[in-house]
Design a protein around this ligand. Structure first.
Ligand code: AMP
Length: 121
């Protein structure tokens, strides 16, 4: 499967669609989910053109991989949900059809600010 440059997160990365930005550096962009499922629901996406976590694992360079994983912690701290200054949170990536992925640009959901409940409904 080819990366689709018209997906909504690619448009957000190019600044064509607005977002409620939380954090940005050279590896990641983070913004609030438009349809929050918990009190806090943030998204963290890599800046590179990766469809899903499998694509990222296989094709991203080590700096990009570290940048994304560290980016999740930076965003969690900024939101006050990290282990350091909050009560924790859930990081989740949906992968392809069976995983329920809707937007074909890798993203981690960060859910927090309250108990997030059962892992799979
Ligand atoms: P997934 O099902 O894992 O692909 O999740 C896609 C997520 O993107 C959903 O939680 C949507 O609410 C969210 N979403 C879709 N469009 C936007 C947007 N323009 N800004 C922020 N979040 C969005």
């Amino acid at each position: 499967m080819e990366y689709d440059d018209n997906n909504i997160f690619a448009k957000i990365l190019r600044g064509e669609i607005p977002c409620k930005k939380i954090y940005e550096d050279s590896f990641v962009l983070s913004f609030h989910d438009i349809n929050p499922q918990k009190k806090i629901h943030a998204l963290v996406i890599p800046k590179g053109r990766y469809i899903d976590l499998d694509d990222f694992s296989l094709n991203a360079n080590p700096d990009e991989i570290v940048g994304l994983i560290r980016g999740i912690n930076i965003v969690a701290k900024k939101l006050g949900i990290s282990v350091e200054n909050g009560k924790g949170y859930r990081a989740l990536a949906n992968i392809s059809d069976n995983g329920g992925q809707e937007v074909p640009h890798l993203h981690f959901h960060l859910f927090g600010g309250e108990k997030v409940g059962r892992m799979v409904e």
